[in-house]
Design a protein around this ligand. Structure first.
Ligand code: CTP
Ligand code: MG
Length: 174
C-alpha cells in the first residue's frame, strides 16, 4: 500500500511538468520567443519551434494542473499547500525554460528546429527540478526518486511525441 502511495506522490509531482511540456504542441504558434533574432553563428537564438504562446500557454496549463493537485492532495515534497501551489508555477516555468535552453544549445550545435537531439527528452525535467530546489523538501531529490523521474520521462516523452504525431498534432514522430 505504501509503495502505491509513493508512486502516486511521484506521478502527481510530475503532472504539472508533463502538462507544461506537452501542451505547447496544441497551444503554441504565432510569434517566436526569440523574435526571429540570429546570433553571430548565423543561427536563430531559439528558432521557430519556441513560440511566445507556447511558452506562456504551457506555463499556465502546467500551473493550473499543479494547482488542481494542490487543492486535493498535499505532496510530501513541499512544506505546505501554499508552497505546493507556488511549486506548480515554478515547475511549469522551469519546464518551458529548460525546453528553451535545450533549443538554445541545439541551435548553437547547428541542429535545426524539429530535428531530434539528446537534450529533447530530459533538459526540461532537469531544469524544472533545479528551479524547484529552493522551495522543495530535500527528499524530493532522493536518488530513487530522480531515477524514477528520469526513466519514466525517457520512456513517456518519445511515446507522447509519437502519439502527437499520429494524432496529427506534430509533424515529426519525435
Ligand atoms: N512549441 C511552441 N512553443 C514552445 C515550445 C513548443 O509553440 N515554447 C510548439 C511548436 O509548434 C513546436 C512543437 O510545440 O514545433 C514541438 O515542440 P518541440 O519539439 O520542443 O520543438 P521543435 O519544433 O522540435 O524545436 P527545437 O528543435 O527547438 O526543440
Ligand atoms: Mg522537437
Amino acid at each position: 500500500m505504501q509503495v502505491m502511495e509513493q508512486l502516486l506522490d511521484l506521478l502527481l509531482f510530475l503532472l504539472p511538468i508533463y502538462i507544461a511540456n506537452s501542451s505547447p504542441v496544441v497551444l503554441g504558434g504565432g510569434a517566436p520567443l526569440d523574435l526571429g533574432v540570429r546570433l553571430s553563428d548565423g543561427e536563430r537564438v531559439l528558432g521557430d519551434g519556441k513560440t511566445i504562446r507556447g511558452f506562456v500557454g504551457g506555463t499556465l496549463a502546467g500551473t493550473v494542473a499543479g494547482g488542481i493537485v494542490a487543492v486535493f492532495y498535499l505532496l510530501p515534497f513541499f512544506p505546505d499547500q501554499g508552497t505546493q501551489f507556488i511549486a506548480g508555477f515554478v515547475l511549469s516555468f522551469g519546464t518551458l525554460f529548460g525546453d528553451s535552453v535545450g533549443s538554445f544549445i541545439k541551435r548553437r550545435a547547428g541542429v535545426q528546429s524539429g530535428m531530434p537531439f539528446v537534450l529533447d527528452t530530459i533538459a526540461f525535467l532537469i531544469v524544472a527540478l533545479l528551479m524547484a530546489a529552493p522551495i522543495a523538501n530535500p527528499r524530493l531529490y532522493d536518488i530513487g526518486n530522480l531515477a524514477f523521474f528520469a526513466v519514466l520521462t525517457l520512456i513517456l516523452h518519445p511515446m507522447m511525441n509519437m502519439l502527437a504525431n499520429k494524432a496529427g498534432l506534430k509533424k515529426v514522430p519525435w
